[in-house]
Design a protein around this ligand. Structure first.
Ligand code: DLL
Length: 430
């Protein structure tokens, strides 16, 4: 079953033709409506009319997350504010979030893309769907919510957290589809067990997981413990949110909604395209977005494209599981965290010295963030009440910026490891 069969099963020839038509239009739209792009084109004497075919895309300069930060909050918007009906945001590399905006047409396109992936994964109108992503500026919850509503399923906007209550709802309301990060899915499975329940007490059939990396082993565990069919789903706020790509029932790569999001894989150092099927950084051009279209956006996610035929009948190209990132962004409990954000908080506190370490670990299925910080002066160690207060201040400032809790330990000056070259501040033990 398909949601938009004509697009999902389009021949390669017709898909390339459609992408080309849309690219040419999109480039002109960006040039005419986003001063940032006009400037970028003018700087290298590139005219929108130079983009005549898909292969000309390599002439277009890339867009990076820092471009969104430098033009915060609405600098890359292509329409009037009046036409914007929704704002979302994700973590930026500095204290400011990356803001993204949607027109009514963007929201419709987003729901359609989500609906395609839901149907591809095996979701149906009869599903009772528990969305355990945090509702708010994060795109995950509302993205899947809209997609499921589009196919006429029943949506329970449970949001994240309060896990015993989640399990109770799941059992009492007959939830058939679970939407969460894979690590939260596994945590839910532990709580199910702790509550003296088994998968047979639940009615779960499908899990749409995403927003952070997962492995085949994690999926096998989710399947075994919760009795559901797990799929991996990929997306990012800058491009639309979830709905960019997702696994179908064949689970052999995530189909990209490539009539809306044109993918390229580049070498992160040379920025040139890699050979077909090779690993590299995913770069996406939005082909139909109105509110905040992006040309050649560097996702920094490492993957490869899979072009052989998929048994599900979809011809949409697939991308492999994300292997990692080409920058230092960490994903902790599904939340994007940049070490620079942590540094920014620490450096704003005078009692803190210049040295710190960030340790990310996993306890059971939960990611933990621990930060060890050197004090600026050992005299501070004598005042216990002050130290306690300082830890509280650091934790609450971090929570405001990162939106997740961290354990903070203060240590004596000059006790953390020193580095001769580039400091290695992050240890990821997961
Ligand atoms: O995480 C969108 C999303 C929500 C996707 C729900 C799927 C499900 P951001 O918060 O902007 O958006 O984070 C985007 O998360 O660049 C990847 O590094 C990472 N990421 C997202 N999905 C996956 C995945 C949402 N399936 C960043 N596997 C991306 C690995 C993922 N990493």
């Amino acid at each position: 079953m398909f949601f938009e069969e004509n697009y999902e099963t389009m021949s390669r020839e017709n898909m390339s033709k459609l992408q080309q038509e849309r690219l040419i239009k999109m480039v002109k739209y960006c040039y005419d409506n986003v001063p940032f792009y006009k400037r970028k084109f003018d700087e290298i004497n590139l005219s929108p009319s130079d983009i005549k075919s898909l292969s000309d895309i390599s002439k277009i300069p890339m867009t990076e997350k820092s471009d969104l930060r430098d033009n915060y909050p609405y600098g890359l918007m292509a329409t009037h504010m009046d036409d914007i009906v929704r704002v979302h945001a994700s973590s930026g590399t500095s204290g400011k979030p990356t803001v993204v905006v949607y027109t009514k047409a963007d929201l419709d396109m987003w729901s359609d893309c989500m609906a395609r992936l839901i149907i591809a994964a095996g979701g149906r109108k009869t599903d009772i769907v528990q969305v355990c992503f945090g509702y708010g500026l994060f795109t995950g919850a509302l993205g899947l919510h809209q997609g499921y509503e589009k196919i006429g399923a029943t949506v329970i906007p449970a949001s994240s957290g309060n896990t015993e209550r989640q399990v109770m709802l799941m059992k009492d309301l007959g939830t058939t589809a679970l939407i969460a990060t894979p690590s939260y899915g596994l945590y839910i499975s532990e709580v199910v067990k702790k509550m003296g329940l088994t998968k047979d007490d639940l009615n779960l059939k499908i899990g749409m997981f995403g927003s952070e990396a997962s492995s085949c082993e994690m999926h096998a565990e989710l399947q075994d413990k919760l009795g559901l069919f797990p799929t991996d789903n990929y997306g990012l706020s800058e491009i639309i949110g979830p709905g960019v790509a997702g696994e179908c029932a064949c689970k052999c790569g995530m189909h990209i909604n490539e009539d809306h999001f044109y993918p390229e894989i580049i070498d992160k150092d040379t920025l040139l395209p890699v050979a077909d099927g090779e690993w590299g950084e995913l770069v996406i051009t939005t082909l139909t977005k109105q509110g905040m279209p992006l040309l050649r956006y560097r996702t920094k996610d490492i993957t490869r494209l899979i072009t052989n035929t998929c048994e599900c009948g979809r011809t949409l190209v697939r991308m492999d599981r994300i292997q990692g990132r080409s920058d230092d962004m960490l994903i902790i409990r599904g939340v994007n965290v940049f070490p620079s954000q942590i540094e920014g908080v620490l450096m704003s506190i005078p009692e803190i010295g210049g040295n710190y370490e960030i340790i990310v670990s996993r306890e059971g299925y939960m990611d933990k963030l621990a930060i060890n910080v050197e004090l600026s002066n050992s005299k501070l160690l004598d005042n216990f009440a002050m130290l306690e207060q300082l830890v509280k201040v650091i934790k609450s400032k971090l929570k405001v910026v990162l939106q997740i809790d961290a354990t903070v330990s203060l240590v004596e000056p000059q006790t953390l490891k020193r580095f001769e070259g580039k400091a290695k501040r992050v240890t990821d033990l997961r």
